[in-house]
Write a protein that binds this ligand. Structure first.
Ligand code: AMP
Length: 399
């Protein structure tokens, strides 16, 4: 009988899950999948690690499955999947840990209440992240649950990197730069010592370029600066998010164009970025295949902002020893990596175009002063590892 951990990542319309089983010292994914289309037409799929479908189900249109119903279905499915293995805990991805949580934490009713106070900081994500925790506490209060935050990894940043130049009482009220994608950066920082020990000790910029996109300056495994701040909108343009805006733009939209909070939220989260600029798609693949000038402009802007942020993060680090590309675009778009690297030649980056086209591992020339890597991120594994560690060390956990 092996120990097993379920990792959940709950969003507004889906719950993604991965089941990890302990094999020796490592944690391996047995099945993963999701329930998507919550509150509309829900579908469930579960796949083995080789991609074969193990189970699937669709709910009729009239049945609006919500987070609780989805979790109940997942629990029943995972119980059957576990066979002889023992479920020792659930690990959750939660976007916001506020200033309080610098590390993952075991969650009970009290901690859940604290996490609810962070909802105003991430209203689009936090309530959905918390829904399955609440349900699991009701259904199986004895089962340990651990929450891992997208913000925690950045709490090592110096004060100046976490501040806005606003009056201090606002910082006290929580208006500060939190940073996000922390579990992805933490995973990369955790495996970099095996891949490139020198880079792991040195000054690295990790580029998490997915539908959400950000960059992080890491020195000796610790976050020093990041492009995302108070919310996951700051920094780079993304699939549908605007990235950094002059705050005066928001005032103009309110005062002159009479847009209310909801309309502005929709604009900067869902209608901007690659989609807004191109008017075609938020999907980088579609834009790279398109001949249309607005598609090219959107890609140009994406690369231009990366170029500028890279300079800024290299300045925060006082130099650059390595770069790591990760997430959907970072792992799969050699055209974008090539452009970013050519733009960074002034920093000592010399890309090996053949290695870049091949796609994995080191993509810079041996002679390049800055080593450039493509590394697949694995936020779920990071959560599973945290969950196991915390259950091993906390009272009432696994002995
Ligand atoms: P993620 O949020 O990490 O899943 O990344 C999603 C983004 O990765 C989308 O913009 C996709 O278009 C992009 N992506 C995935 N595969 C490719 C590819 N082969 N070439 C370019 N972009 C890709």
């Amino acid at each position: 009988m092996s120990n097993a951990i379920v990792v959940l990542n709950a969003g507004s319309s889906s719950i993604k899950f991965s089941l990890f089983v302990e094999r020796g010292k490592s944690l391996e994914t047995d099945v993963r999948g999701q329930v998507e289309g919550l509150y509309t037409t829900a579908r469930f799929v579960s796949k083995a690690s080789d991609g074969t479908v193990k189970a699937e189900k669709s709910w009729p249109e009239g049945i609006k499955l919500g987070h609780d119903g989805a979790l109940d279905h997942l629990v029943d499915h995972l119980r059957a999947e576990l066979a002889g293995d023992r479920l020792i805990g659930i690990g959750h991805r939660v976007v916001h840990g506020g200033r309080l949580y610098r590390q993952p934490v075991r969650v009970d009713g009290k901690v859940l209440k604290v996490l609810e106070t962070f909802v105003p900081l991430a209203p689009l994500h936090q309530p959905h992240n918390l829904a399955p925790i609440r349900r699991a506490l009701e259904r199986a209060p004895e089962l340990p649950q651990v929450v891992c935050f997208d913000t925690s990894f950045h709490r090592t940043q110096p004060d100046v990197a976490q501040m806005f130049a606003l009056p201090d009482d606002l910082r006290e009220a929580g208006v500060m730069r939190y940073g996000f994608h922390g579990l992805s950066y933490e995973y990369i920082a955790s495996i970099l010592p095996e891949i490139d020990p020198e880079a792991a000790k040195g000054r690295t910029v990790v580029l998490h370029l997915g539908n959400g996109a950000s960059m992080c300056a890491i020195e000796d495994g610790r976050s020093l600066a990041s492009t995302m701040g108070f919310t996951a909108v700051e920094g780079l343009p993304m699939g549908t998010r605007s990235g950094s805006l002059d705050p005066g733009v928001i005032l103009y939209l309110m005062d002159q164009l009479k847009m209310d909070t909801q309309a502005i939220e929709k604009l900067i989260y869902s209608q901007s970025g690659l989609l807004g600029v191109s008017g075609i798609s938020s999907d980088m693949r579609t834009l790279l295949e398109s001949e249309a000038p607005p598609a090219k402009l959107a890609v140009d802007l994406f690369c231009y902002r990366i170029r500028r942020e890279l300079g800024s993060l290299a300045a925060a680090l006082g130099g650059l020893d390595a770069m790591v590309f990760t997430a959907g675009i970072g792992e799969n778009a050699p055209e974008i990596r090539s452009r970013v690297c050519r733009d960074a030649a002034w920093l000592g980056v010399d890309i090996d175009e053949a290695a870049n086209a091949a796609g994995r591992g080191r993509i810079s020339k041996e002679s390049s002063r800055v080593a450039v890597w493509v590394i697949s991120t694995n936020e779920e594994l990071m959560i599973a590892r945290h969950t196991r560690r915390l259950l091993e060390t906390t009272q009432g956990g696994r002995k």
